[in-house]
Design a binder for this molecule. Structure first.
Ligand code: MLT
Length: 344
């Protein structure tokens, strides 16, 4: 799966960002000296720490672009990206579309409810028909784990995973990690706890892979039925009690209960979940350090996994995550597709 497709190096990385409506070159040479070894972004499992760091450093540069009065660079002019969403999404879909537009790519949106998949067309046929219209990349969200890997084997286009079932959601983890790095600096040795529905969460697995590669210590916490068996084999520590987890955390990433993926009752009620595992100000005051940082990938269920008071407090960097998400997705698109504009 890994190729050296995109290792065009320094020149490729610097040139597309310079000039344009937005102004000057923005990558530092040391950042630009390496490229991604992958053609696609299917997950973080097989991405190296150097590649993750490259994406984060590149995203930092794009954050500067997003601060400019004209938030657009010509980097991906002539490139066509199709956003293929078979599952609902607000943040991720808008964020990708915004990132594509900020890079001057042409974008086409596809949603399953208004497509021929409703008439029985297979994923392979839908995708092959779209590719026949001469596109360059597909950003896909699908309920089946492995759907993006499957697509990468059927198509020539670059595939970016925007969430495949309960498997991975790599750009969410990258934006979480970027937000933490901007807050805390070097993540080596930092204790990051993922709390909630780990079993059904694609955000959890991508965070585990990404954070561990950057040297963080990852912990998970939740009701036993929502913690995957054998998760310790991934090198994570398991807490069954949120108060103990809080006492040993620098960061809490609060995950939503993914009711839409539950095919059994994993706990008695949402009210009881909140009582046992809800992140409330009272719990934080009693058990967390004053520096504890709170993340949430959204959508938030206020009063279930997190109280409104915590979500809106100074400890929470939830809206920073959303801003950083656009820059991370610009970085991913640029690093995977920037080489194509140079080939032209
Ligand atoms: C996801 O798509 O997995 C979201 O970002 C997190 C969630 O739905 O809870």
């Amino acid at each position: 799966m890994s190729t050296s497709w995109n290792d065009a190096g320094w020149g490729m990385l610097c040139a597309p960002l310079g000039g344009g409506e937005g102004g000057g070159a923005i990558l530092e040479p040391e950042t630009a000296a390496v490229g991604l070894r992958h053609k696609h972004l299917l997950g973080l499992e097989d991405y190296g720490a150097d590649e993750i760091t490259l994406i984060l450093d590149t995203a930092e540069s794009f954050l500067e672009v997003l601060e400019r009065p004209i938030k657009k660079v010509p980097t991906l002019r002539g490139i066509t990206v199709v956003n293929l969403f078979f599952e609902n999404s607000t943040r991720t879909r808008i964020s990708f579309e915004m990132a594509e537009k900020r890079l001057s790519a042409d974008t086409v949106n596809f949603s399953a409810s208004s497509s021929s998949t409703q008439k029985g067309e297979t994923l392979r046929d839908t995708a092959a028909n779209i590719e026949a219209m001469k596109i360059d990349a597909v950003v896909m969200r699908h309920s089946a784990p492995g759907a993006c890997l499957f697509l990468s084997r059927c198509l020539e286009s670059v595939i970016i995973n925007a969430g495949d079932g309960a498997h991975e959601h790599p750009t969410q983890a990258l934006l979480d990690i970027l937000s933490l790095r901007r807050r805390l600096g070097d993540l080596r040795g930092k204790r990051v706890t993922l709390v909630g529905d780990i079993l059904h969460s694609r955000v959890a697995l991508s965070n585990i892979y990404g954070l561990q590669k950057l040297g963080a210590h990852v912990q998970v916490c939740g009701p036993a039925p929502l913690i995957p068996r054998h998760i310790e084999e991934l090198g994570v520590e398991v807490y069954w009690n949120i108060e103990e987890a809080l006492e040993n955390s620098d960061v809490l990433n609060v995950l939503r209960i993914q009711l839409e993926r539950h095919n059994a009752h994993h706990f008695p009620s949402l009210r009881e979940y909140h009582e046992e595992f809800g992140v409330t100000m009272d719990r934080l005051d009693r058990h967390a350090s004053d520096e504890l940082v709170i993340l949430h990938p959204g959508p938030i269920n206020r009063g279930v996994e997190i109280s409104s008071e915590v979500a809106d407090s100074g400890r929470s960097i939830i809206l920073e995550q959303v801003t950083n998400g656009v820059a991370v997705r610009m970085a991913v698109l640029y690093l995977l597709l920037g080489g194509k504009t140079r080939e032209h």
